[in-house]
Design a protein around this ligand. Sequence first.
Ligand SMILES: [Zn+2]
Length: 486
Amino acid sequence: MKRFQPQPGFVVQAYRFALDPNATQERALRSHCGAARAAYNWAVAWVTASWWQRKAEESYGVPEGQLTEWRSWSAYSMRKEFNRVKRTDPQFADWWDENSKEAYSSGLANAEAAFKSYSKSKRGERKGKRVGVPRFKSKRKARLSCRFTTGGFRIEHDGRHVVLPKMGRIRVHERANGLRDRIAAGTARILSATVRHERGRWLVSFQVEVKRPITRVARPDVAVGIDLGVKTLAVMADSTGEIRTVPNPKHYDEGANLLRLLSRRVSRRQGPDRRTGRKPSRRWEKANAERNRVHHRVANLRSDALHKLTTSVRAEYGTVVVEDLNVAGLLRNRRVARAIADAGFGEIRRQLTYKGQRNACRTVVANRWYPSSKTCSACGAVKAKLPLHVRAFTCDACGLVLDRDDNAARNLAALAADCTAGTGVAGDQDAASAVSKPRGADQKTRATTRSRKATGGRAGGATLPHQRQQETRDRRQDTEAQLALW
Ligand SMILES: [Zn+2]
């Protein structure tokens, strides 16, 4: 599938609204999401059946040319075949016309994406973890979700209802006036609508091509370094020398006592048992819903706080420097996993990056192996070791004494100062993607660590100026290219 390119001056963004469906509409929503899942499972079975067939034929010694043909996993050919069999296949014949055709297309498009990821991953053309063969989605576990790309979906004039295919008018929990007015003024156009069940609520997410003028930040020339931590969520040191701290709200810990109580209540009641096929009791379901409500509240509080933090940072500073933390790796450590997952390190970086692009500001991602905590922010000397429990940084070379996190944040801000030298704030939107690294450390960064170890050049920060130069040069080239384009 080709990526959609918005017209110049426009961006593609999501507008998400919580829905308040009535009982009939809720049933229709569930039916559509179930239909998407059924079509997905049908596609996985249809394509993989030809693989098994070929394998069996090969074992009988059928010559290469006479083997069953591969079935194509393109959404087009799967849709063609699906539309041919849906009237006769006993799996679909009785009920397929109860749902919008978009529900089935949505499942087939997901199947295509799954096969594509698998085949790319197998050929080594895909970053990240290896992707396996697409598997069936379980009714019990699969996320309820379905996407409409064509058909009658819109926001009603009253701003209180959305219209979805086959389901009609569904009440929106909060008003959708903002998007409605933008559409009326011609500065927004809805491309698709996705419904999804999340945290006990139905949500609709409109993918919208919207005109977005670049907003000016309050201090475009100031760079800020952000050091994330568990004790204090973020220490922010800017290039003027000011240091601010953001306390860690610890939402999970707040709900932990209540969750313990409610979980105990759940486990005392008759829960479902897959081995014996026992159905959960009404009282169990009630207690479980009560427990889930607390989980949902914690998640909502967390996402609200993170959005407020990242938006305020992005509205103020022209340059933001964050560390390229290996969050997935940190989460494997069972001592700190809960605290880090609760703080939302990965999400903070993701939001800072995309909100920066929207303000045409820059995001600098410090190298994963950049010793931000171990470097002296005054003289640049690098310590060999600084265990986590040592909260104060004491420099052996110049005698500087500073809080550990303040020192790290200052180093990050200094990194930004190097990068921004001379250019002020330029509207290089692409710079963020040019500097940011994919998840998982690459070979290059690993090599630098090894060589640093090998030469024993830790003291004095032998590799540091080189690293800085590298980043600076990259950045300058980017800016120059950008300016030339302008
Ligand atoms: Zn020093």
